[in-house]
Design a protein around this ligand. Structure first.
Ligand code: TXA
Ligand code: MG
Length: 322
């Protein structure tokens, strides 16, 4: 894993403290980080991404104590956070009721879209954790890409997309997970997965010692402020994307997985490893988008188990024509 020079990290913290934003790697995708206490920083995040104001941000924290200052946290919820974040180092975001009386009750309201819940996540990445511990405040961070487009899994992907609007991109190399965190609403008795990711329903059931009641789309979780389906197209390459492809059409880049009957231009994992496929997903799409050789993208069916569920969620949103 790459490390960041201490002078660079100091510069990153100075930018954050001065209401600016910094792109920083996490284990899932690169994020665009800004102070959760600053309306100016939050506004910059929304402006740079072109993100609609009704789509709330995840508050990133270095420690569980910080969550308590942001959210109402009972002992059962705290145990779930400890098991997932500290014992298992899982890439998982929790939605909890907001705490208006904690030390960070003054977080920017611009980032929470009028909801009475807050999404919180402890990234399992040395550089992001350094940024969080040295700034010692919660940091809002969406994925560091133009709204609705591919999430970046390398510093170069951030630079190519929004680099001209940023003062600093911290380079941690390729992200190890490659797909955004699982989002789980534990704010009520009923535990719900809002966005699939590396952490699956089965993994959660063991840790939470409960069944997972309902599954919803992460973006539809905010149906009280947006119309259902409004954010259906997401995680999208620029070129049209065709999923569950069994043949290669004219002008298409054909993306395979494992051993394929059709000759592949790219393969997310020759050995059929879903974790490797998740890691390669966005960078492969980005390469096809940029290389100028293809008119569209076709991808084979990806097995719908484990992190494959999250890959299929992103592919189906990326292929949506709306
Ligand atoms: O892996 C990740 O989660 C990355 C890295 C940078 O941490 N972040 C990320 O953020 O994917 P973003 O903004 O691209 O996606 C956050 C999702 C959005 O779909 C948003 O609607 C949802 O989280 N969200 C935020 N606050 C919420 C809340 N209180 N209730 C339900 N959904 C929420
Ligand atoms: Mg995103």
């Amino acid at each position: 894993m790459r490390i960041v020079d201490s002078d660079v990290m100091r510069y990153a913290c100075d930018l954050i403290k001065n209401d600016d934003v910094v792109a920083c790697p996490t284990e899932t995708v690169y994020g665009l980080f800004g102070s959760a206490l600053s309306d100016v920083a939050v506004k910059k995040i929304y402006d740079i991404k072109g993100r609609p104001s009704y789509n709330p941000l995840i508050a990133h924290v270095g420690e569980i104590d910080m969550v308590r200052e942001l959210c109402v946290l009972n002992s059962k919820q705290q145990a779930i956070l400890e098991k997932c974040w500290l014992h298992n180092n899982w890439p998982i975001t929790f939605v909890l009721q907001k705490n208006n009386t904690g030390a960070f009750g003054c977080i920017s309201q611009l980032a929470i879209a009028g909801l009475d819940t807050i999404a919180v996540r402890r990234p399992n990445h040395l550089i992001a954790l350094q940024l969080l511990s040295q700034t010692a405040i919660p940091l809002f961070a969406p994925s560091a890409n133009t709204s609705n487009m591919l999430s970046p899994t390398s510093a170069q992907m951030v630079i190519d997309d929004i680099g001209s609007k940023l003062k600093l991109v911290l380079d941690g190399g390729m992200c190890s997970v490659g797909i955004e965190s699982t989002i789980v609403d534990i704010s009520a008795d009923e535990i719900r997965i809002l966005r699939p990711g590396y952490v699956t329903e089965e993994m959660l059931m063991v840790v939470c010692d409960a069944s997972i009641a309902k599954k919803l789309d992460g973006n539809l979780a905010v149906t009280n402020v947006i119309a259902p389906g409004m954010l259906k197209k997401h995680y999208s390459p620029r070129l049209p994307l065709r999923i569950n492809a069994t043949n290669k059409r004219d002008g298409e880049a054909f993306v395979g997985f494992g051993i394929c009957d059709v000759e592949c231009d790219f393969n997310l994992s020759v050995s059929g490893d879903l974790l490797e496929a998740a890691q390669n997903l966005y960078s492969t799409m980005k390469h096809i988008d940029d290389c100028g050789l293809y008119k569209s993208i076709a991808i084979v069916t990806i097995p719908n188990n484990g992190i494959g569920i999250a890959i299929n969620d992103r592919l189906s949103k990326g292929s949506c024509v709306s």
